[in-house]
Write a protein that binds this ligand. Structure first.
Ligand SMILES: Nc1ncnc2c1ncn2[C@@H]1O[C@H](COP(=O)(O)OP(=O)(O)OP(=O)(O)O)[C@@H](O)[C@H]1O
Length: 245
């Protein structure tokens, strides 16, 4: 479970995240959307404990990200939009490394499973620097899945993926949620993420202009036929009008 309460992040004198509040339970998938510079990555990095928040509180399964940083990090996998792989390691080395540091039983078998699903098995011995952008993204997702975290933070994971990999990613996110994990998925590819999200957090200029179930923003009776239409409606209206209660 993730509880974010009045989160703010200031860089120098720039307010990147301005009092964002939301909660997610086990098994929920939250689509994090908003225009460029809205504060999505900053929010994810604060939750992952990679950068400090300037104000507010973040709790992960009842642990404070600030006070219990190490314990929280063990429960979270964060996949950034430009995964920082180790240049000197192969694809297989990356997964073996994750298997060792997280002490994962049957790590090799599980790694093979994810490599096969993401069509990366043929690259097992390839060096990280020889991978295409999409392959790097797939390897980072495989590493995150292998670590078997309770919480997955995926920052624009679809960027650079081919259509089969996008399908695999979306299917796997759905499966992760069914297995009780909490997932936050940031993306500009609204139509694609819409199918897997149970919740939406729409950000604009650092503020949450909507947080709530997807059904509160998209679908019958709420005015928006698609997440794209809802996105434009939410990001073009006043923040306070759209925050769910
Ligand atoms: N390290 C930093 N130092 C200073 N300003 C930063 C830093 N990182 C982000 N910002 C600023 O904070 C704001 C939010 O950036 P952030 O990367 O969180 O947005 P985003 O919603 O993820 O954007 P995008 O959709 O383009 O990836 C932007 O104005 C950005 O310029």
């Amino acid at each position: 479970m993730i509880v974010v309460n009045e989160l703010s992040k200031v860089y120098d004198d720039h307010l990147a995240v301005a009092g964002v509040t939301f909660q997610l339970q086990q098994g929920q998938v939250c689509g994090l959307v908003g225009p460029n510079g809205a504060g999505k990555t900053s929010t994810l990095r604060c939750i992952a404990g990679l950068i400090g928040s300037s104000d507010g509180e973040i709790r992960v399964n009842d642990l404070s990200v600030t006070l219990n940083s190490a314990a929280v990090k063990r429960q979270i996998a964060y996949v950034p939009d430009d995964p920082p792989l180790f240049d000197d390691l192969t694809v297989g080395d990356h997964l073996e490394f994750i298997g060792q540091i997280y002490d994962i039983p049957d790590a090799r078998t599980k790694a093979s499973y994810w490599l096969n699903r993401f069509d990366l098995a043929g690259k097992y011995d390839a060096g990280a620097t020889t991978l295409s952008r999409g392959m790097r993204q797939k390897l980072a997702v495989c590493c995150a899945y292998l670590a078997d975290p309770k919480i997955l933070l995926l920052d624009e994971p679809l960027t650079g993926l081919d259509p089969p990999a996008i399908r695999t990613l979306l299917d796997s996110v759905h499966e992760m949620a069914e297995n009780g994990k909490t997932v936050i998925l940031s993306s500009h590819l609204l139509a694609m993420i819409s199918e897997v999200c149970t919740h939406l957090l729409v950000m604009k200029s650092g503020q949450a202009v909507y947080f709530g179930p997807k059904s509160g923003l998209v679908g019958d009776g709420v005015g928006a036929e698609s997440l794209e239409a809802a996105f434009f409606a939410a990001t073009e209206s006043s923040p306070l009008e759209m925050v769910a209660t």
